[in-house]
Write a protein that binds this ligand. Structure first.
Ligand code: NAP
Length: 292
């Protein structure tokens, strides 16, 4: 069986092109503030991608790079200022935050109307209630990618490996909503799951969001499954100039030719996440301007 690659980078380019057109027609460019605390190398790369995305679609953007020893008080003061800043429609706190900062307190200080990551308890609560407002970007990107490639979701069995509040949990809620791109039968697995392979093998769609390099292989996946690989893991690659390569949670080489469809890493869900962040930021601007 030939495995179809679900190329998020291609869909991202389409979303960016649509956003560029919308920005030209808008009363003002949307504004995104990114807050990065500390010097985590992966976070710095992700923030760079977000800045580049803003440039591409013509958004106003500002990045606050703060030292690792930033106090919780200083961070709260910055968020309060961004909440009040009329040029800022969306606020993104790059996670993880350094140890010692109460992440949950920081996330609930962001104005829910500017919470383009969808992590404020109000927005998560609306998702649980079945009336989502701002939806977390990675789950939203997964749904958009499945829609783009016309992969049916309704009535399908979906197994999600990972229950984080960023990916697994909101995705499970979205997929189980009674909607056109939803209405699936969802199983959520985690480190307490007794027989992971049994749960993944009986799924039509498997979403891997574990953070475990190349963990899922042919033994975990039935022939014909659609596989969404969210994982981004660094593995050593001495032959490369930078000394590492990025791989997913799925052993891509081993499952190619066995599964029906697979998202590449990199170039799959990562670009979709950024595209949905910018879409949410446009939406925040439109709501604040009374256009949506
Ligand atoms: P996380 O908070 O570390 O959560 C990982 C989840 O996977 C947990 O629920 C954990 O179970 C479960 N898990 C780990 N190993 C397992 C195993 N062997 N068997 C069963 N369950 C297992 O991770 P996250 O923030 O969701 O991120 C997951 C991965 O996605 C990471 O590689 C991250 O870099 C990547 N990511 C990518 C994007 C993107 O845009 N592409 C966005 C976000 C995250 P417990 O709850 O029991 O510990």
């Amino acid at each position: 069986m030939e495995t179809m690659l679900l190329k998020g980078a291609v869909v991202r380019d389409t979303v960016f092109a649509e956003l560029r057109e919308q920005v030209v027609a808008a009363p003002r460019p949307p504004g995104l503030a990114v807050v990065l605390v500390g010097d985590d190398p992966a976070s710095q790369i992700y923030v760079g991608h977000k800045e580049k995305g803003c440039e591409t679609v013509g958004f106003h953007h500002v990045t606050h790079r703060l030292p690792t020893d930033t106090t919780e008080e200083d961070l709260l003061a910055l968020i309060t200022a961004l909440n009040r800043d009329p040029a800022i429609d969306g606020i993104l706190i790059q996670l993880p935050l350094p140890v010692g900062i109460d992440q949950s307190l920081i996330l609930r200080t962001v104005d829910p109307r500017k919470d383009v990551d969808g992590f404020h308890p109000e927005n998560l609560g609306l998702l649980v209630a079945g009336t989502p407002s701002f939806v977390p970007c990675t789950p939203k990107g997964i749904l958009r990618l499945l829609t783009h490639y016309e992969i049916p979701v309704a009535h399908q069995r979906v197994t999600i490996v990972g229950r984080s509040v960023i990916v697994g949990r909101p995705l499970a809620l979205l997929l189980s909503l009674k909607r056109a791109v939803g209405n699936a039968t969802v199983t959520v697995c985690h480190s307490g799951t007794t027989d992971l392979a049994a749960e993944t093998r009986r799924a039509d769609i498997v979403v891997a969001a574990m953070g475990a390099a190349r963990f899922l292989g042919p033994d975990h996946l039935s022939a014909g499954t659609t596989v969404i690989d969210v994982g981004i893991n660094r593995v050593e690659a001495p032959e490369r100039k930078r000394g590492y390569r990025l791989v997913g949670d799925v052993d891509a080489e081993a499952v190619k030719g066995h599964v029906a469809a697979l998202t590449p890493v990199p170039g799959g869900i990562g670009p979709m996440t950024i595209a949905m962040l910018l879409e949410n930021t446009f939406e925040a601007m439109a709501r604040r301007e009374g256009l949506a």
